[in-house]
Design a binder for this molecule. Structure first.
Ligand code: FAD
Length: 456
């Protein structure tokens, strides 16, 4: 019997279990250079009980299970490298509660961040974690996603209060609580956050929300150098200005955006800074911001408070990957994701720019400048061995540089298959401990095999 036939006995609904070619293809790849591999079947559960039934079956039959959210992760996380079941959670998309007094929401794992924002907005609340893509909240928890607003609000770990998780053998557990703090034992909630579908399947999350600031303004400015832009970002954060976003785009990225979006920004390193606070406080914060930007030689300074215009500015920022891809149709994308202490950001980014030149690669640099996390997004031909080797050499050199500066190989994208060797480089001594945890929670190794941990 095929895996799909077995699954149909558990979920007798042909619209929710399948192994047709196009369905398998949709669950075989991500946006990046990682080689695709089809699963044997795809299943769309609608309840926790259905997830538990699938996992009980898979655990007994030794069939791999790869949880699948929106499929926007960037390191081959969702590719079923050992075949098996792609467990697509997008039908578990109910918002169970928005609690205004508790500033919290409880959702099923397949709810997207956009859906939650839409539900929270009318209550004057927001879910600010923003990885750019409209990812699912289960997927965002599983990768410990963060993004443009982390400088103010933190990433997923700062937002997950409680989880419902189905373990590999089908047991359903609940971790955490609805209280905003707890000291009750080991923090299993945060163990599952960032576990990339290798320790359990998240089916429900209780998440923190935040009041929408009364007043929001976005300032943007061009700088004479990346170093000056980094210094300005550090000065803003250091001065305690209530920055909600502080994003750096290098001149190559600005040029790609101009070509892609028809904008006419001067081709120079840019900072996009968002401030949020009270209507009486924001004008003063804006004045301080502009002063600090000017001290670092900023030009072309513009400030915008109109919501549509603000949305347009951030949409342009989020299009930077697609703008880069459009420069060279047919090439594939690799994105680095190192994070360094903020004091090291300028030097690390300058080093990245010179490495791009040395290796003859075409790429742009985008940074979450307030957190010391930046991406070099570059294009290469995956069928050309030399091009692939140069791309990997750049990635490895950036990781070495970040580790030497006291940083990490991945600030937010996670390990997947693409960064396993760097995890080994960064935390080789901890891998036996990580393996021990994996062995307790998934002794048969059915959950997203081949990801995060190096092969034995
Ligand atoms: C244009 C673009 C920009 C991006 N920018 C950022 C950024 O700024 N910051 C950032 O953090 N990321 C960024 N990303 C990456 C991506 O959006 C995040 O990794 C996101 O968290 C993935 O969510 P998803 O729903 O797409 O998960 P998927 O890609 O479907 O899955 C990701 C991983 O989580 C596991 N998983 C999914 N759902 C569950 C579940 N319910 N239970 C257990 N495991 C599960 C999967 O098995 C996989 O290992 C970007 C991606 C794109 C395309």
């Amino acid at each position: 019997m095929s895996v799909a036939t077995d699954l149909l006995q558990l979920i007798p609904d042909e619209r929710r279990v399948g192994d047709g070619e196009s369905l398998l293809d949709q669950h075989s790849a991500d946006l990046t250079y990682h080689a695709p591999r089809r699963p044997d079947a795809v299943v769309f559960p609608e309840t926790t009980e259905e997830v538990a039934a699938v996992l009980r079956y898979a655990n007994e039959a030794g069939v791999p299970v790869v949880p699948f959210g929106a499929g926007t992760s960037l390191e081959g996380h969702v590719i079923p490298v050992a075949g098996g079941i792609s467990l697509d959670l997008t039908r578990m998309n109910r918002i169970l509660e928005v609690s205004v007094p508790d500033l919290a929401a409880t959702v099923q794992a397949g709810v997207t961040r956009g859906q939650l924002k839409d539900a929270a907005g009318p209550h004057g609340l927001d879910f600010p974690v923003d990885p750019g893509a409209d990812a699912t909240l289960g997927g965002m928890a599983a990768t410990n996603a963060s993004g443009t607003t982390t400088v103010r609000y933190g990433g997923m770990r700062a937002h997950v209060l409680a989880l419902e998780v189905v373990l590999a053998d089908g047991r359903v557990i609940r971790t955490g609580s609805r209280a905003v703090k707890t000291s009750a034992g080991y923090n299993l909630t945060h163990l599952f956050v960032g576990s990339e579908g290798t320790l359990g399947v998240i089916t429900e999350l209780t998440l923190r929300l935040h009041p929408i600031p009364e007043s929001i303004v976005v300032a943007r400015a061009a700088f004479p150098s990346i170093e000056a832009a980094c210094r300005a970002a550090a000065a803003l954060v250091g001065a305690g200005v209530p920055v909600t976003r502080c994003e750096l785009l290098d001149s190559r990225t600005i040029a790609a955006l101009n070509a892609f979006k028809g904008t006419e920004f001067p081709e120079a390193p840019y900072l996009f800074v968002e401030l949020g606070g009270s209507a009486s406080g924001v004008p003063g914060d804006l004045a301080t911001t502009l002063e600090l930007l000017e001290e670092e030689g900023a030009t072309a300074i513009e400030a915008e408070s109109d919501p549509t215009e603000r949305a347009r500015i951030w949409e342009a920022r989020h299009q930077s990957l697609f703008a880069a891809l459009a420069l060279s149709p047919g090439s594939k994308h690799m994105s680095t994701d190192v994070a360094v202490p903020v004091s090291q950001l300028a030097a690390s980014m300058e080093h990245a720019r010179s490495l791009l030149g040395e290796l003859g690669l075409n790429g742009g640099i985008v940074g979450h400048a307030g957190d010391g996390n930046y991406h070099v997004a570059f294009l290469f031909d995956p069928d050309d061995a030399d091009s692939l080797a140069r791309a990997k050499a750049l990635n490895a050199a950036l990781v070495e540089d970040a580790l030497a500066r006291g940083g990490t190989s991945t600030g937010e994208h996670g390990v997947g298959i693409g960064k396993i060797e760097y995890l080994q480089r960064e935390h080789g001594d901890l891998i036996p401990l990580m393996r021990g945890i994996k062995g307790v929670l998934d002794p048969n190794g059915i959950l997203n095999p081949g990801k995060v941990l190096p092969p034995l």
